[in-house]
Design a protein around this ligand. Structure first.
Ligand SMILES: [Zn+2]
Length: 76
């Protein structure tokens, strides 16, 4: 089993994501919390749409955003 996003080998056999995408997922979660604290609550789907449209969003972040849009249950 590799990373659900890129297919690369994962650190742990039980992990769904490689280190790169696990970090990207953490960043997206933190960004979501920061956003919610600053601007009030926002739906996760709306937040993901916003991030996907942002110019500064990096490749890994963009990939994890697309992944979360398809598999929202991965956002635990
Ligand atoms: Zn990956």
């Amino acid at each position: 089993m590799g990373c659900s996003v890129c297919g690369q080998a994962t650190e742990q056999a039980s992990a769904d994501l490689c280190l790169t995408h696990a970090r990207a997922l953490d960043s997206v979660r933190q960004a979501y919390e920061a956003w919610a604290n600053a601007f009030g609550s926002i739906g996760r789907a709306d937040f993901l749409k916003r991030v996907a449209k942002q110019q500064g969003t990096g490749k890994n972040a963009r990939e994890i955003v697309e992944f979360l849009q398809q598999r929202p249950e991965m956002w635990k």
